[in-house]
Design a protein around this ligand. Structure first.
Ligand code: GCU
Length: 736
């Protein structure tokens, strides 16, 4: 029968211009330079090679090699003959080695993560790590075996169809093999084993089972898994010797999304409330192992999320397995992202075909994501629409049981023809972080829902960066403080609670992650919208807001423990808890007890060093605060432009200035011309946001309410003299 063994040891890694080094897989060559900022991580073609003796194979045995993830493009040669080519950094692929084996063998894998115009992703806010970053295995099978190569298939496809009324499930199990006479199919659950034998016809066989009194895969409450097995025989199954065996777990559930009532699981309302995750970790890049996957899932479970958006690509099978086992509903997607590439059409179809083929059996996966913010750097023209129609049809052909979805950029007008192509839509909104006001988030969804009441809509991304080193008693949008991130998410959680029609909401992001092109918020190379730091060592205060909303595990959490020094006379002590009552003790004495839900705020006079303790039942959390004369400078992220010189200088309110909104400034031809000049300069300086989005009418409509001053603040380090010059020019123009 089949034998699988890891093939990770003893590789030599060679990067042009560098000494060869011995490595053990999984490996990425961007573990360091992909996370330290500068947008300069090494991208190119590197090589991995390994020599190995001919494995012992009997005459009727065949040897295959399996790569679970090689980013982004791979060519595999065995003893000088190319045995595999794969374009796409996130799906598995296999190749047969048998015909090319010698006594001594050399396998060489050329891996490329260069910039190109045909393999997605090429433009996005995360590091495109290069390397053989997931396990490699050897698989020994008999001459007759289940399919291994086509689209990296698991060889077995299980389609459960549940009838909730009758409490039963009709389970179709299909398998593909290159030879053999029959297949014995089994499904196994707590009630025992059901078995069917089917003859192989043209390399295909299927069996249909009915599970009476089916135990549902019921999300967090009961993620029950059955096992499906297929055993290949030469003859009609009566033979004793089995040729090959494969198995997979599966779950019986019913998903649906209603435009008004949101998401349903197994016939009951089940609002999907959760977070997103990128597959990387501080210091090891994307070369994650089971340890990292399990740690991430533990944090997801502590948070109490019931859904994960596994962005922006196919994640490791091990992690989808963990979602199956933990009852986490998953949004799976391909990296068709940010910028449309004319030469990338085939690659979107290949990546989607492999995602669906390889992940079909996971009960946790609820939908297939076609693209993410594809309008951000591209005009949505007919070729873009056509590529999405093809992807949508491909998904429905490969998997009639799951809906498709897209994540749209906030500047995509809601009337766009792109939106109705997929079965469902979600939007990535960043009002209250990148631009605009927090209230624009709910205004957006209410406008969309009113205009399209029969369309399913969700909230696929929202977030605010926070560096745990930065703090403020007056948190502001763009200050990168934990306090602002908390205020931001308190607002979001409320708007989400008030809108059950949102089929799914996903905080962007559960974890800080590497974006080597970033240099913001005091951490070069990181996107800090995470609720948890990239090393997983620190849960930011906002993490506990969602824990208070979603987790049943009793806790109390004092916010602001990292803001020890406080200049104010009376300071807010905020507590997040999923308990109804919280008592606050200051220096051992009961200060106040409050009843509430999730957020408990106490105003405490301070005059020296104080021990603060939050208590609820047997639960408690403590911290120290110290009254200081002035703000602790270490808490302030100083790259943010502080245009306080402006308030001192006398400015003429009857003339235009940076205090006016973009909408007002667009009204006057002269000020509009000045704005256009400034925007042209900003476009030139921002590589990742192309013409299309900055000129986007929808974006301008959204920016209209922003003052030019707040836009400049948000743009980050705009030199003060440039701001003075701009303001001076505006002050010469009298308001009409
Ligand atoms: C976008 C994008 C993410 C990105 C996020 C951000 O919505 O989809 O990949 O990381 O914005 O700017 O943080």
């Amino acid at each position: 029968m089949r034998k699988t063994s890891l093939f990770n040891d003893g590789w030599i890694f060679e990067k042009p211009g560098f000494l060869a080094e011995a490595v053990t897989l999984p490996h990425t060559w961007n573990a360091k330079d992909g996370q330290d900022g500068g947008n300069d991580y090494w991208r190119g073609t590197a090589g991995y090679k390994k020599t190995f003796a001919r494995p012992a194979l009997s005459a009727d045995e065949r040897l295959f090699i399996e790569f679970k993830g090689v980013a982004m493009e791979a060519r595999v040669c065995l003893n000088g003959t190319e045995i595999a080519y794969h374009a796409g950094g996130y799906s598995a692929f296999r190749a047969e080695m048998t015909p090319y084996l010698q006594e001594e063998n050399l396998i060489e894998v050329s891996v490329d993560n260069s910039n190109n115009d045909r393999i997605y992703p090429q433009k996005a806010d995360f590091t495109f790590y290069g390397g053989i970053y997931r396990d490699v295995s050897l698989i020994t099978v008999k001459q007759a075996h289940f399919e291994l190569v086509k689209d990296g298939t698991p060889g077995l496809k299980v389609t459960p169809v549940v009838d909730l009324e009758k409490k039963c499930a009709e389970v179709t199990v299909e398998a593909w093999a290159n030879a053999g006479g029959s297949i014995v199919f089994e499904i196994e659950g707590e009630a025992g084993i059901l078995r069917e034998t089917a003859a192989l016809q043209d390399g295909y066989a299927k069996a249909v089972f009915t599970i009476e009194n089916v135990r549902l895969w019921d999300g967090l409450a009961d993620p029950y898994l059955y096992t499906a097995r297929a055993v290949l025989y030469a003859g009609n199954g009566a033979d004793k010797e089995a040729l090959d065996e494969i198995c997979t777990r599966f779950g019986c559930r019913v998903f649906c999304a209603d435009p008004e009532k949101g998401f349903f699981l197994n016939g009951r309302p089940y609002p999907l409330r959760g977070v997103s995750r990128h597959q990387d970790r501080y210091g090891i890049g994307n070369a994650l192992g089971m340890k990292e996957h399990c740690e991430d899932m533990q944090i997801v479970r502590e948070l109490g999320a019931n859904t994960l958006r596994l962005a922006h690509y196919q994640h490791a099978q091990e992690f989808y397995d963990l979602c199956d086992e933990n009852g986490i509903v998953v949004w799976a997607e391909i990296p068709f992202i940010t910028m449309f590439m004319q030469n990338g059409r085939q690659n979107t179809l290949t990546q989607m075909k492999e995602l669906v083929t390889q992940c079909y059996n996971h009960p946790s996966i609820a939908c297939w994501g076609l693209s993410n913010e594809i309008s951000a750097a591209s005009v949505v023209d007919e070729t873009v629409l056509e590529n999405h129609r093809e992807l949508n049809e491909l998904c429905h052909r490969l998997d009639p049981t799951r809906p498709t979805v897209m994540a749209h950029a906030f500047m995509l007008e809601i009337e766009s023809p792109l939106i109705p192509i997929a079965d469902m839509a979600s939007y990535n909104l960043y009002f209250g972080w990148y631009l605009g006001e927090l209230s624009q988030n709910e205004e957006f969804f209410d406008e969309y829902h009113a205009k399209y009441p029969d369309r399913v809509i969700g909230f696929s991304e929202y977030g605010a960066d926070a560096n745990p080193a930065f703090h403020s008693k007056d948190p502001q949008r763009g200050d990168y403080t934990e306090e602002y991130q908390c205020l931001y998410h308190e607002h979001m959680l409320k708007l989400i609670d008030e809108r059950p029609y949102l089929w799914a909401t996903h905080v962007w992001n559960l974890f800080d992650f590497a974006a080597d092109g970033r240099d913001e918020g005091g951490k070069n190379g990181q996107n800090q919208k995470g609720l948890v730091t990239m090393d997983r060592k620190l849960k930011k205060d906002a993490f506990y807001l969602y824990k208070a909303a979603w987790s049943k595990e009793p806790f109390v959490h004092l916010c602001g423990s990292r803001r020890v020094d406080r200049e104010e006379e009376v300071t807010e002590i905020k507590v997040y808890s999923n308990q109804q009552k919280v008592a606050l003790y200051v220096d051992g004495k009961l200060f106040e007890e409050k009843e509430g839900e999730r957020i408990f705020s106490f105003m405490v006079p301070i005059s020296g060093k104080h021990e603060v303790k939050a208590v609820s039942g047997g639960l408690s959390d403590t911290m120290t605060v110290v009254k200081t004369e002035k703000p602790n400078e270490d808490y302030i992220f100083n790259k943010t432009i502080v245009v306080n010189w402006f308030d001192k200088e006398d400015y003429k309110p009857e003339y235009y200035s940076i205090k006016d909104t973009m909408g007002e400034l667009q009204q006057h031809p002269e000020t509009a011309a000045i704005l256009e000049g400034m925007m042209a300069k900003m476009r030139a300086s921002r590589g990742d946001v192309a013409e299309a989005s900055v000129n986007n009418a929808n974006l301008q409509k959204m920016m209209a309410r922003m003052t030019l001053e707040s836009l400049l603040k948000q743009a980050g380090s705009v030199p003060e003299e440039a701001v003075r010059a701009l303001n001076g020019a505006l002050q010469r123009i009298k308001k009409s």
